[in-house]
Design a binder for this molecule. Sequence first.
Ligand code: NAD
Ligand code: MG
Length: 388
Amino acid sequence: MKISILGSTGSIGNNTLSVIANNDDYQVIALTAASNVDILYQQCLQYTPNYAVMVDFDAAEQLQRRLQAMGSATTVLSGVEGLETVASLAEVDIVVAAIVGGAGLLPTLASVKAGKRVLLANKESLVMSGELFMQAVKQFHATLLPVDSEHNAVFQCLPENFNLGLSEVGVTNIILTASGGPFRQFSLEQLQQVTPEQACQHPNWKMGRKISVDSATMMNKGLEVIEAHWLFAATQAQIQVVIHPQSIVHSMVAYKDGSVLAQLGRPDMRTPIAYALAWPQRINAGVSDLDISRLSNLSFEAPNLQQFPCLNLAYQALESGGLFPVILNAANEVAVELFLQQKIGFTDIAKWVEFALEQFSFQTMQSISQILEQDKQTRELLYQHITN
Ligand code: NAD
Ligand code: MG
């Protein structure tokens, strides 16, 4: 199987390469990154892809020079066009969509429109364009497989024919588990003081900085509720969130006969990545066995929505529909970025997202260009208000 990895230098990208390195069936055709020349250069030497893409033009030139000096045959492309090219190459079977944020929308869609097997980590693209994204999956016969651990767990617990409709196949509820992040037990006063470094120290998972902050605010779970809505055609009422601090049960599916199916595993993204790579087969992910006899305490509790308002904001955006999820996502990206730069506090993230949602009125979703325009307007609005 031939693979393009969009966002290969990130946390999901590296985990994917680690699974591939353990399995002979996969050949890397393309690797991409935003601007980190050193890491992409090393990856190119190790995996000898046909193509490497750096979004940044100067970075692409630098990479090209360094690779040529080593006699490498890798062709270097740049820009979003470069990403779209390697996402839709005729020779590629699998595209791993692991770019972070709205920047992943166009390249991920390009892979869908090329009818690829798309391993979706970039939840933001689906949150932004849900309806159009799922239409494109159908129209272009793409195979969409969730990498996000919760959705991968749900996918594993659903019957094969879940596309008939959840109620049709006897499903009553999808139960997404959430670790609660590093601040699960913090008071509102304590939350006001937390630093970017603390927010990026997730107790169970090692991830990129943006999703780490999202986990700490629980916006990540909010985005995942919207993601589940589109992936599994689940109504809002069919999606429940439960706090499970140990991150061993990755999510559950409840059926009308009273059965609840769960997928368990170590908190290691190589498991869902391996499942999506090989589906419907199983391959070695390089993850050690889960010793069930040593799991003495798995606990579950309802989330505290006062403490973590972002989850509610996401539910609201989903319910309001139209372009509100686009606004939610864009505002969150800006607020997280400014929090990481220490320009706003941690509890301001939810406040600014709420502010942004209040600034726009309902519009039906019509096109990708309209989504990108809404995304841009939201970002500009927030930057203007926060930095002035
Ligand atoms: P990361 O920050 O570690 O890596 C992001 C990758 O995207 C890097 O390769 C980077 O070069 C590239 N990138 C960044 N900005 C870009 C831009 N503007 N244009 C093109 N490429 C760009 O992020 P991550 O933790 O690997 O997360 C990637 C995606 O997977 C996110 O959508 C995240 O929500 C999702 N996800 C991650 C995890 C995890 O464990 N890390 C789990 C579930 C879902
Ligand atoms: Mg997740």
